[in-house]
Design a protein around this ligand. Structure first.
Ligand code: UD2
Ligand code: MN
Length: 369
């Protein structure tokens, strides 16, 4: 068979040879170009990894992009050539949180408080996943204005503590407080000393965090309305104003027992609480006296918001009524300068961190030494 091109007749074998050579040259040229291209592309990638101090973090990103774009050579260049990620760009943006509002939006008002529900501490832990070790919490959505330490005087009231933690943790979180819970446990069997334990709580909490507000709460008292905010106010605050135990009324005008709050400043102004009230009664009246003798007054929520429930109990062993209480209350004006935070002595026996609280076991001595 022979082919005529432009009138020229070439022998078939010669034309075939020429075509073969041309095809071989083309294939060779294409292969060399391809090799050259891939070499350059790889070199570029290596260059990006070496230049970028964050190469470990962005490495996967780059590999992902290049593997997704295999076979589309034009695009990956621009994608992988994104500016190297610097430290500042990789860190989460520092956002100034707004101050938490005066009226926390998640409050619900009146609450159902029952002590017949069967609960365990594990239930409480599971229901409060946002707590940090030691019973610490800080709102994420805003910056709390106050740093509140909750101080609970304690000895052999595990059952009550469970209810306190069960009810209070969710309330305090809805109240958007930056808070920590401190259970101050009196070691040994000497007569109980509530006010001295509260002083210890003040000092121990301050060792951990820059608290500027202190809420002192009995372990058996639960608020029945979350609008009763456990924080500090312009004047020292009495929070347990309307208790089931007293028919939801104040037992007397000067009553300051149960739950109260004082800012750091207010607490310092009264030299803290008395250390020398052993046994039941009187220490709360002494605190009331201290406050008024330093020219402050008591603030309170109204009787609806201030409703609360006390878990029924008998008087504990080693907490008999203090027979000296009336004499001592009559002399607060003299004693408050020398008996208080400035004369406090104690020994910490152990500090235990649970996710729900920090427990400080403490030797506060006994009435005779
Ligand atoms: C009232 C006051 C309380 C305090 C006390 C007189 C109320 C609700 N509270 O409480 O603030 O002024 O009179 O001292 O009216 N505790 C233990 N283990 C004990 C003994 C006491 O943990 O063995 C703690 C516990 O936190 C308890 C608190 O001390 O809630 C007050 O003792 P209480 O509950 O026996 O006295 P109560 O209810 O008369
Ligand atoms: Mn009680």
């Amino acid at each position: 068979m022979s082919t005529a091109v432009n009138g020229l007749a070439l022998p078939g074998s010669c034309l075939q040879k020429t075509c073969s050579v041309v095809v071989v040259v083309c294939v060779l040229h294409f292969s060399v170009s391809l090799l050259y291209y891939f070499n350059t592309f790889q070199g570029l990638q290596e260059k990006i990894f070496v230049q970028n101090p964050q190469h470990k973090e962005v490495g996967t990103q780059v590999t992902e992009i290049s593997s997704r774009t295999v076979g589309v050579p034009a695009k990956p260049r621009t994608t992988t050539l994104a500016p190297p990620v610097t430290e500042a760009a990789a860190a989460p943006p520092i956002v100034d949180l707004p101050a938490c509002p005066e009226n926390p939006p998640q409050l619900v008002g009146p609450l159902r408080v029952e002590f017949s529900d069967i609960i365990t501490l594990d239930d409480v832990r599971n229901q409060n996943p946002n707590l940090q070790d030691g019973g610490r919490f800080m709102p994420k959505e805003c910056k709390a204005v106050q740093k509140v330490a909750l101080i609970i005087p304690f000895r052999k009231r595990e059952e009550h503590l469970k209810y306190w933690l069960y009810y209070l943790h969710p309330i305090l979180q809805r109240q958007q407080l930056d808070y920590g819970v401190y259970v101050i446990e009196q070691s040994g069997d000497a007569t109980f000393n509530r006010a001295k334990l509260l002083n210890v709580g003040y000092v121990e909490a301050l060792k951990e965090y820059d608290y500027n507000c202190f809420v002192f709460s009995d372990v058996d008292l639960i608020p029945m309305d979350d609008r009763n905010i456990y924080k500090c106010y312009k004047e020292p605050r009495h929070l347990a104003v309307s208790m089931d135990k007293f028919g939801f009324r104040l037992p007397y005008n000067q009553f300051f027992g149960g739950v109260s709050s004082l800012s750091k400043e207010q607490f310092e102004k009264i030299n803290g609480f008395p250390n020398d009230y052993w046994g039941w009664g009187g220490e709360d009246d002494d605190i009331y006296n201290r406050i008024t003798f330093r020219g402050m007054s008591i603030s309170r929520p109204d009787g609806v918001i201030g409703k609360c429930r006390m878990i029924r109990h008998d008087r504990d062993a080693k907490n008999d009524a203090n027979p000296q209480r009336f004499d001592r209350i009559a002399r607060t004006r003299q004693t408050m300068n020398t008996d208080g935070i400035n004369s406090l002595t104690y020994q910490v026996v152990e500090v235990h961190k649970d996710r729900l609280y920090t427990k400080v076991l403490v030797d506060v001595g006994s009435p005779n030494r």
